[in-house]
Design a protein around this ligand. Structure first.
Ligand SMILES: Nc1ncnc2c1ncn2[C@@H]1O[C@H](COP(=O)(O)OP(=O)(O)OP(=O)(O)O)[C@@H](O)[C@H]1O
Ligand SMILES: [Mg+2]
Length: 700
């Protein structure tokens, strides 16, 4: 096909037809991502130059261009450095999008930080800007190419962002509610005047972004004690004690998805280490904005040598040499300080002969440090690390031996996608996966957090929704506290964004299978997936998704001769389903309904069929099955259920539909039975608290 491009699912780069690896990031390219459209949470940024139109009237067109081109370029590069994309330039306004085509889970924060960067630059250049960021759901055309002027994001979120931008004070960054809610942990805000927007009844709530209060990728600490990780902390302290007692090194990788508690358990260990007067030094990799590929290690060296980022290179080099001299003597300083300076990015133009030399100097530094006393070196978020840092860490693990140092690397499971062999072959290595908190621990955490907010909401609901993820428990209780709400009807955007990022990190083929499966339900069958789309690589994708712990093959299948799977997490199911636009939902549900009709005894699956036909937009068929399901429920004396199902059927029937009367009559009969059942339960006290409708009556 002429002009066909495949978009990299990892970085969003467009690659020519036939390319097997991404030109920008080198990731393997798989088949283009199924449907052309998706619903996504995005953050939209608008920047506009103030007074530009009136000024440009007086300028020669060439001068206008000479001025605009560098401005566009600067805005584009700031957006892209923060993981965003320019959607379009309109005169002097720029619209940027974060969260599409790929989300990183913290898109709103990136957008606000990019807005700060653009604003600060403009201030420096003496330009006046208005900037705004707004977050919300949009429909995204995944195969559109903004470079060619094709629009790729549409929705109210865009219009509102534009309105906010016009209302933004000069030199300020104004944001909408979802952006504010999603980023206030790391950005400081001041309330702003609500913005009146055309076509909107209520004014749009707005906040002024003041400054960032946390480092990039960092999560502010919470005051709750760590709960339910005794065993895992026991493993880590056990290893630490061995390192100290035997004077030998060890390498540990802690694995787990976002928010599961990797940083937290590392912090607990670091506190324990510090309490023993031993050294604990942390370095972290960030998703963007790193100063050098070895930045995480660099931070540790800088902390040791008391070098600040604001130091001039000469001063930094001097401090570095002094630190090495005090650790390992002047000769070592002379040999290794220049190499370390290069590694850290302030070594000037000097280029060592090979990487081995650099790594050797780094190793000497670590060994000298540990010879002074037991040392814990923490590497946070190495799934974001550059390959060179990972190589350096593996070198440490393999070569640093007879000194008491514990290397503790924290990673999301994505790391293993890029480095399947991570840690393999290291002489003293432990991989520690962090599983979701158990029921009791989750409950304890939720109760503890809910105790701090004023609500009658039960901890059970939070625990059930959060599925043992401490961060999700925190986010849910925070939302409850703020909205004073009793229910959790909608998933907070912060959680949705984090899970969406996990989906986006999947190879395109696997992600597509997962999205299809979400239309089938939390439980799904291989055959239903084939009915939705005939795929050659289906078995492979299912196997891989299972290996990633996203789905699970179930031992027993409800459909004979077909493999049954289930989503391991309801949240992943929900977020995958939320990406489907309405049209795609309809076709997929239609296919599932057809599959169920062909494979099941229809009597067994009226409710499922009703659900899928309804979502497929086939109301007539849905009504048929709803009524059949209701009749069936009624016969089993599940009268309440029957009532619900008849009501659902009525909702689908038009006011003048001839079938209405019949359904009404059945509903009336069922309702009468419900009242009657209620009487029995009340009078005789014999109906258990479970559900009167599910209990066969003792007398009738
Ligand atoms: N066992 C626990 N008890 C109480 N709070 C916890 C526990 N584990 C984690 N938390 C809290 O949950 C939040 C998320 O944890 P943390 O930041 O450690 O996650 P993470 O695994 O490092 O995630 P990421 O991959 O995004 O870095 C933090 O506020 C943390 O304090
Ligand atoms: Mg962390």
């Amino acid at each position: 096909m002429f002009g066909f491009v495949s978009t990299c699912s990892r970085c969003g780069q467009e690659n020519p037809d036939g390319a097997r690896f991404c030109n920008a990031c080198g990731a393997a390219l798989t088949a283009p991502r199924g449907p052309g459209e998706e619903r996504r949470l995005v953050s939209v940024l608008f920047v506009d130059l103030v007074g530009f139109t009136s000024r440009s009237e007086k300028l020669d067109p060439e001068d206008v261009r000479a001025f605009l081109v560098p401005y566009y370029e600067r805005v584009r590069s700031e957006l892209e450095n923060h993981g965003g994309k320019v959607e379009k330039f309109v005169g002097d306004a720029v619209m940027g999008v974060f969260g599409a085509p790929v989300t990183y889970g913290d898109d709103a924060e990136r957008a606000v930080r990019a807005a700060f960067a653009v604003r600060d630059w403009a201030e420096h250049e003496g330009l006046q800007l208005r900037v705004a960021v707004n977050t919300g759901e949009a429909i995204v055309a995944l195969d559109a190419s903004p470079e060619r002027g094709e629009t790729f994001v549409a929705g109210d979120v865009v219009n509102t962002a534009s309105r906010l931008q016009s209302a933004s004070p000069i030199g300020a960054v104004l944001v909408g509610e979802e952006t504010y809610v999603g980023t206030r942990g790391s950005i400081e805000y001041r309330p702003a005047q609500p913005v009146l927007a055309k076509g909107k009844e209520a004014p749009v709530q707005a906040w002024l972004a003041v400054r960032a209060t946390a480092a990039i990728g960092e999560r502010p600490a919470t005051p709750v004690a760590m709960i339910g990780r005794d065993r895992e902390l026991g493993v880590l302290t056990g290893i630490w004690e061995r390192v100290v007692d035997e004077g030998r090194s060890h390498f540990v990788s802690v694995f787990g998805p976002a928010g599961i508690g990797k940083s937290r358990i590392a912090l607990e260990l670091a506190q324990l280490v510090a309490a023993q007067d031993a050294r604990a030094i942390r370095g972290r990799s960030t998703p963007y904005g790193a100063s050098s590929p070895y930045s995480a290690f660099g931070q540790q060296v800088k902390q040791t040598a008391r070098i600040f980022d604001s130091d001039e290179p000469a001063e930094a080099t001097e401090k570095l040499a002094a630190a090495i001299a005090s650790l390992a003597g002047p000769a070592a300083a002379e040999e290794h300080a220049p190499n370390l300076a290069t590694l850290l990015g302030f070594g000037g133009d000097r280029e060592p002969a090979d990487r081995e030399q650099l790594f050797f100097s780094a190793r000497v530094f670590v060994e000298a440090l540990a010879m002074r006393g037991p040392t814990l070196l923490v590497y946070e978020d190495i799934h974001w690390a550059d390959g060179s840092l990972l190589d350096l860490l593996e070198t440490f693990g393999a070569r640093v031996r007879d000194v008491p140092v514990l290397f503790l690397a924290l990673a999301r499971p994505e790391l293993l996608g890029e480095r399947p062999g991570w840690g393999g072959g290291l002489p003293a290595y432990t991989a520690l996966p962090l599983e979701p908190l158990g029921e009791a621990a989750g409950h304890e955490l939720a109760t503890e957090l809910l105790g701090r907010v004023d609500t009658t909401m039960q901890a059970e609901k939070v625990v059930e929704t959060a599925e043992g993820n401490p961060l999700f428990i925190e986010e849910l209780t925070r939302c409850i506290g703020e909205q004073q709400a009793e229910g959790l009807d909608e998933l907070p955007t912060s959680i949705r964004a984090i899970i969406a990022a996990r989906l986006d990190a999947l190879p395109a083929a696997e992600r597509a299978v997962l999205v299809d499966a979400s239309a089938v339900g939390r439980v799904f069958w291989r055959g239903a997936l084939s009915e939705i789309e005939d795929r050659a690589d289906l078995s492979e994708a299912l196997g891989s998704l299972e290996a990633r712990d996203l789905i699970q093959r179930e031992a027993v299948s409800r459909i004979r001769g077909d493999q049954q799977f289930a989503f391991k997490h309801g949240l992943i199911h929900d977020v995958a389903y939320a990406t489907l636009p309405r049209a795609a939902r309809r076709t997929k549900h239609g296919a599932v309904a057809q599959y169920l009709e062909a494979t099941t005894d229809v009597g067994q699956s009226h409710e499922a069929l009703a659900h899928h036909w309804r979502e497929a937009g086939e109301s007539d068929r849905a009504v048929e099955h709803l009524v059949a399901a209701a009749d069936q429920a009624g016969r089993g004396w599940a009268k309440q259920r029957a009532v619900t199902l008849y009501r659902e059927a009525l909702e689908l029937l038009g006011e003048d539909d001839p079938r209405r009367r019949d359904v009404m009559r059945r509903l009336a009969v069922a309702l009468q039975a419900v009242y009657h059942l209620g009487d029995v339960g009340y009078a005789g006290g014999s109906v258990s608290g479970k559900s009167a409708g599910d209990t066969s009556p003792a007398t009738s």
